[in-house]
Design a protein around this ligand. Structure first.
Ligand SMILES: Nc1ncnc2c1ncn2[C@@H]1O[C@H](COP(=O)(O)OP(=O)(O)OP(=O)(O)O)[C@@H](O)[C@H]1O
Ligand SMILES: [Mg+2]
Length: 612
């Protein structure tokens, strides 16, 4: 009857449709792809009356992997077995053409074809499986007895669309799951960064989150150092041992850390057997065979690298992109920390500057204005004593004190403004020291053998050292004579102040001597104190000075051909009159220095001028 062939045809169609429906139901239920593959292999094999059916995936390294296998009798090809693509066989034909293929003669087949021949296969048909436009794998059926019927290709193709849908769905689910996990991991790290956690903590967290997310064995965050090394700053491992934090390895060779440094971009090595350099060696020693590295940038500059090392072959494509969020957070944490430490450093500098300024004002007041006030107080006492004793008119003495107080006021104003005595700035050491000597309450002999201006800090230090030493001599020593020598030799300035008082000076009781020591040492110099009780006090400072050659601008230098000058202050006697106390000086006279006696007569080297 006419209906029979039709019924027979209907049956076949029904059988084919039923097979497809069963597979489609699995796909619609979201069944795992492996189960869908197994069902496809069996349904396709049965539908086409084949002896065997297989499904395989093409891998990027030009191999095929069996993902499902069915056999109507006996054992099937084991799932997971891999074949190299190449040679005359069905798998290679599908791979190379991307279309369905048919092999009706297995005599010359190689690779998987040879294996099929051993299993008795005489003919086979295969079709490609494409997922989202890309060749993904194949479905093939084989027969031990006869070529497969015409149209077998079309029937198989019906399954491949379902397979593709199952794979695409599964991939989408995996991606979705991966995306959610990635977001959660990023959120955890972001919270740390937002809380201002120390960068070390953030970097370790990034290493761990990224490592876990991507299922690798090792993750390391490393900083590029200027000396061509990289230092591990955060590391994680799923297998216990990892790169120790702080460990340094030399960059160079073919490995991802070096490649990222060279290109500033993400890099991967899918097979570490060909990698070189000490870093590659270390990675291999850990048992890793593939790696991906992504740059860590901090405010636009390449700062370091995050490296993921795998023991189980190449990391999936797109790993680089998935790491970008993590390295961005790492970069932010580092930038925040750098900004914080820069802020701390600048605060420290401001505090240090404020401290230094306060100390300077304190010292300058102490060593400058105070010593003048001490002299003036002594002057005033002398005048008071003279008045009480009815020893004549004290008006000139009081005038001198009043003028001295005016000077001190001017000094105080200058110190408050951060300036030093004008006479020092304008004239240099010689006139400034002479003015100190003139005002001193103790008879002083000054011998200054310096023929040029010295750096400001040196002149200032010498000025205040002499001022403090003179104040101490008046205040504590009960001295009747002070000798001051200032000389320069071998780029070292030497200042020696010697009194003939009671001795016993020490650094412990006040701040004056300690302050002088600090001044000298701050300039790379030394202070030496020699003050045995009963044997007077010698205070000596040495300060390094630059190569001579500066213009001779000091008053002393202008007025003296050889730059030397000597000055004496006879001091005030207890009755307020000038006395011509013998000076302690002798080094100056011994060495040819000249001095002007209070009688105005000159002595010593005629080449030198003397001042009072
Ligand atoms: N030339 C000196 N002769 C004898 N004793 C001295 C002499 N210079 C300092 N001393 C002693 O050493 C101590 C420390 O001197 P220093 O200059 O450091 O402090 P001060 O003069 O007491 O106080 P400040 O200088 O801070 O106003 C003095 O208190 C004093 O006892
Ligand atoms: Mg003092």
């Amino acid at each position: 009857m006419a209906a029979l062939p039709g019924r027979a045809g209907d049956n076949r169609i029904t059988g084919e449709q039923a097979a497809l429906r069963r597979v489609a139901t699995l796909v619609a239920r979201g069944t795992a792809p492996e189960a869908v593959f197994a069902s496809v292999a069996e349904e396709a094999g049965r539908l086409l009356g084949a002896d065997r059916a297989t499904m395989g995936r093409f891998d990027p390294d030009s191999t095929g992997t069996i993902v499902a296998s069915w056999c109507c009798t006996g054992p099937a090809f084991p799932v997971g077995s891999r074949w190299s693509i190449g040679g005359p066989n069905l798998l290679t034909m599908v791979f190379q053409t991307g279309r369905s293929a048919r092999l009706d003669d297995y005599a010359g087949a190689s690779g998987p074809g040879a294996k099929a021949r051993e299993l008795g296969i005489r003919a086979a048909v295969g079709v490609p499986v494409s997922v989202e436009g890309n060749l993904w794998g194949f479905v093939a059926v084989g027969s031990r007895t006869r070529p497969l019927p015409a149209g077998a290709e079309e029937k198989l193709a019906g399954f491949t669309e379902l397979v593709a849908t199952a794979i695409a769905n599964a991939q989408a689910r995996m991606e979705l799951r991966g995306y959610a996990e990635e977001q959660a991991a990023l959120r955890r790290v972001a919270m740390l960064v937002a809380d201002g956690a120390a960068p070390e903590k953030v970097l370790v967290a990034v290493a761990e989150e990224a490592g876990r997310l991507l299922g690798v064995e090792y993750t390391a965050m490393a900083r590029y150092d200027p000396d061509g090394f990289r230092t591990v700053v955060g590391a994680w491992s799923s297998v216990g041992v990892s790169f120790p934090v702080g460990s340094r390895l030399k960059l160079g060779g073919r490995n991802v850390a070096t490649m990222v440094l060279q290109t500033g971009r993400a890099a991967r090595v899918d097979d570490y057997t060909g990698a070189t350099g000490v870093i590659a060696e270390a990675v291999r020693n850990l048992g890793s065979n593939a790696a991906v590295g992504v740059p860590i940038s901090v405010e636009g500059r390449l700062w370091g690298v995050m490296v993921l090392d795998s023991r189980s072959g190449p990391l999936p494509p797109g790993t680089e992109e998935r790491l970008a969020g993590f390295t961005e957070l790492a970069g932010t944490a580092i930038a925040n920390a750098e900004a914080r430490s820069a802020l701390a450093a600048s605060r420290a500098r401001i505090v240090a500057t404020a401290d230094a300024t306060r100390r300077r004002i304190e010292r300058d007041l102490h060593d400058g204005a105070q010593q003048r006030l001490v002299s003036l107080a002594l002057d005033l006492r002398a005048a008071e004593a003279a008045a009480a004793a009815g020893a004549g008119d004290v008006t000139p003495d009081l005038d001198r004190v009043a003028a001295g107080l005016d000077d001190v006021l001017a000094d105080l104003r200058e110190i408050a403004r951060g300036l030093h005595p004008a006479i020092l700035a304008d004239g240099g050491l010689a006139p400034a020291l002479k003015s100190l000597v003139r005002r001193a309450a103790v008879p002083v002999h000054l011998d200054i053998q310096v023929d040029r201006r010295l750096p400001d800090p040196v002149e200032i230090a010498v000025y205040y050292t002499v001022a403090e030493a003179l104040t101490n001599a008046a205040k504590h020593a009960g001295a009747t004579a002070v000798d001051i020598e200032v000389s320069i030799a071998d780029r070292v300035l030497n200042v020696c102040v010697r009194d003939n008082g009671c001795g016993g000076a020490n650094f412990g009781e006040g701040t004056g001597l300690v302050g002088l020591k600090d001044r000298a040492e701050a300039l790379g110099g030394r202070l030496h104190l020699d003050s045995v009780p009963g044997a007077g006090t010698t205070l000596e400072i040495t300060l390094p000075v630059d190569e001579p050659g500066g213009p001779k601008t000091s008053h002393g230098a202008e007025e003296l051909p050889d730059g030397a000058s000597v000055c004496e202050n006879p001091g005030l006697s207890s009755d307020g009159s000038k006395s011509g106390e013998a000076s302690l000086r002798s080094e100056a006279s011994k060495s040819g220095g000249a001095s002007l006696r209070d009688d105005g007569s000159k002595s010593g080297d005629p080449g030198r001028a003397d001042y009072v």
